[in-house]
Design a protein around this ligand. Structure first.
Ligand SMILES: Cc1ncc(COP(=O)(O)O)c(C=O)c1O
Length: 358
């Protein structure tokens, strides 16, 4: 049985598991802001039509200016891309044939992109319930490779490690001359965000990756950016298609980044709902990962097999993300996005029903 390797598009999951999808589905498998896109994106949508008649600016100048001002870094230290995914593909091209370490569990595209560029893949797996870094063993592995991917905050656990832990990794990579790709796709959902973007412009051994598709709910539009030194970024940029970002995404990106209120409202909302959900899980005896962001892992420790819970929820129209393709987790947990209040309440109700029946 081949399950889809990503969340979203639940029809493929139902087909693979041969379960008839109920009429109404709630998709908890995709980690997108439940508050939706900023109002200004919806408001300006019609006005942006005229942008499609011409080629977009291939230097992404206006968007770069906006990001540089927001992050307080030089424009030359930024490379926008068609979603963080495009930038992962370009980084993999840049690393062609090299030795690459992946700290797991992690977004599966690091490995897929690096494999397609004939990189040799090494693994460093973190284990539940704390998913600690294990610095001694990690340091030894860093001596063997050219680059390392670390997803922080982590997908799928949602864990945000403390600053000294990530600083240790940055410093060790610098000393060992290993390129660290720090994926901060979800950093802005934390109520106390931890970011290292300011360090990326200072070291040829650090790249910080960001996505706009999650916080601003524009996954269909595609937008992300990379921060690093101008020298490393120009090597990566060489591998990017001309006009890689479409004209509407360029306009929407600027509008999104200008909307600070949207981020603050989202953080408040996510924290409130996360606290409510975690209190409920404690009450019914479910385990959850110590997530600081907009998704988390859960498992029912009284059930030997989370697959049964997964299928039970699918039959009720609640689509969670399986974890079979996350090394170290392999189906033992389920990943859940924080959605709208009523949808989170529905999940709690259906989990209570599961508990009554099992
Ligand atoms: C950790 C992580 N990084 C990057 C991406 C890619 O994001 P984008 O939609 O910007 O391509 C994802 C998408 O799910 C992700 O989970």
């Amino acid at each position: 049985m081949q399950l889809p390797s990503h969340g979203s598009n639940p029809q493929h999951l139902y087909k693979a598991l041969e379960i008839n999808p109920p009429e109404e589905l709630v998709d908890f498998s995709v980690n997108i802001n439940p508050l939706g896109a900023p109002e200004a994106v919806k408001h300006n949508w019609g006005k942006w039509l005229e942008a499609i008649y011409d080629y977009p600016d291939p230097t992404f100048a206006e968007l770069k200016q906006t990001i540089a001002a927001k992050e307080g870094i030089e424009e030359s230290c930024l490379l926008p891309g068609n979603g963080a995914s495009e930038l992962i593909t370009l980084i993999a091209r840049y690393l062609q044939g090299k030795k690459v370490l992946i700290i797991h569990p992690a977004f599966s595209e690091y490995e897929a992109a690096c494999r397609s560029e004939n990189c040799t893949i090494f693994h460093h797996v973190l284990y539940p319930p704390e998913w600690e870094l294990d610095e001694t063993s990690l340091e030894r592995k860093l001596g063997l490779v050219d680059a390392v991917f670390f997803c922080h905050p982590n997908n799928p656990t949602g864990i945000q490690y403390d600053r000294p832990t990530v600083e240790w990794l940055i410093d060790t990579c610098q000393k060992k001359e290993v390129l660290l790709i720090l994926d901060e796709a979800f950093y802005d959902f934390a109520d106390r965000p931890v970011t290292f973007i300011d360090k990326a412009s200072q070291s040829p051994f650090l790249l910080v990756l960001r996505s706009l598709t999650k916080m601003y709910s524009i996954a269909g539009l595609r937008l992300g950016y990379l921060a690093g030194t101008p020298e490393v970024l120009s090597q990566i940029h060489k591998r990017q298609a001309h006009w890689s970002i479409n004209a509407i995404a360029l306009k929407a990106g600027k509008t999104c980044l200008d909307d600070r209120q949207h981020v603050l409202l989202t953080r408040d909302y996510i924290k409130r709902e996360r606290d409510r959900l975690f209190a409920y899980f404690r009450e019914i005896g479910f385990q959850h990962s110590p997530s600081a962001i907009n998704f988390y892992l859960i498992r029912d420790p009284s059930s030997r097999n989370q697959q049964e819970l997964f299928s039970f929820l699918l039959r009720k129209g609640l689509v969670l993300r399986h974890t079979y393709n996350f090394p170290g987790i392999e189906g033992e947990w389920l990943r859940v996005a924080i959605k709208k209040e009523a949808e989170n309440s529905l999940l709690m109700e259906v989990l209570s029903e599961w508990k009554r029946e099992n």
